[in-house]
Design a protein around this ligand. Structure first.
Ligand code: BG6
Ligand code: MG
Length: 223
């Protein structure tokens, strides 16, 4: 692991880290699973975190052995329906949906001169940031449309570091998903996992809750 003093920037996931939208994604996917008759479970719900829209749909269909029951066009329709339902939930969001301690942490790192970028798999990330009134914190956002592979591939976190002109070793990636932690680690960055430590066991630094994330607490676990 890098030394805390080597760190110059942070690459953030969005859903489940900055805001509680992971719950909205789950809700909207659960509706799709019910519609197609695929079983919904905690394992599936956790496994979907960080996964792109179309790959998420494939995982849900696979859970019900239904992959071959839908044409590509029908799959696009199901994913579009999910997104429409998801956006209805996003539309009601306000800065109150920012997770505890996140605004304070963003201010702490900004004031500390650290660079910031966003590495979310979500094509809705700019809309969500607008709703949270956090757009100004993230001038650099990886565009998921430019990716050849999603999380757990390192590509998205490598791009996040590149956007702020840092080497991966100079960056900390922040994630709530196992696929995301794997992506950060494969990119050669230091990983923070927020949430269940048994699921995020591969993270270099663990916090149960966003409110625990401060520079002092990160330094303590790194050095
Ligand atoms: C990730 C979420 O951030 O973005 C996933 O964790 C979601 O649940 C993925 O499927 C893609 O999001 P969107 O908004 O482009 O469908
Ligand atoms: Mg996430």
């Amino acid at each position: 692991m890098a030394k805390f003093s080597d760190i110059k920037g942070f690459v953030f996931d969005l859903d489940g880290v900055i805001t509680d939208t992971s719950v909205f994604h789950s809700q909207a996917w659960h509706q799709v699973a019910d519609k197609v008759g695929a079983p919904w479970s905690k394992e599936l719900e956790d496994g979907l975190k960080g996964i792109s829209r179309m790959d998420s749909l494939e995982m849900i269909l696979k859970a019900g052995n239904l992959q071959d029951h839908y044409t590509d066009d029908q799959k696009v329709d199901l994913a579009t329906e999910k997104n429409t339902n998801y956006l209805k939930l996003v539309d009601k969001m306000t800065p109150a949906n920012i997770l505890p301690g996140i605004k304070e942490f963003l201010d702490e790192i900004k004031d500390g001169g650290y660079l910031l970028s966003l590495a979310s798999a979500s094509k809705n990330a700019p809309t969500v940031l607008e709703k949270l009134q956090l757009t100004n914190y993230f001038p650099k956002i990886v565009d998921p449309k430019t990716l050849s592979k999603g999380k757990p591939d390192p590509e998205i976190y490598l791009k996040g570091a590149e956007l702020i002109n840092l080497k991966p070793e100079q960056c900390i990636g922040v994630e709530d998903a196992a696929a995301g932690v794997e992506s950060i680690n494969a990119a050669g960055e230091t990983s923070i996992g927020i949430g269940d430590k048994t699921i995020l066991k591969d993270a270099d630094v663990n916090f149960t809750d966003t409110s625990e994330m401060t520079l002092a607490n990160i330094k303590e676990q790194m050095d």
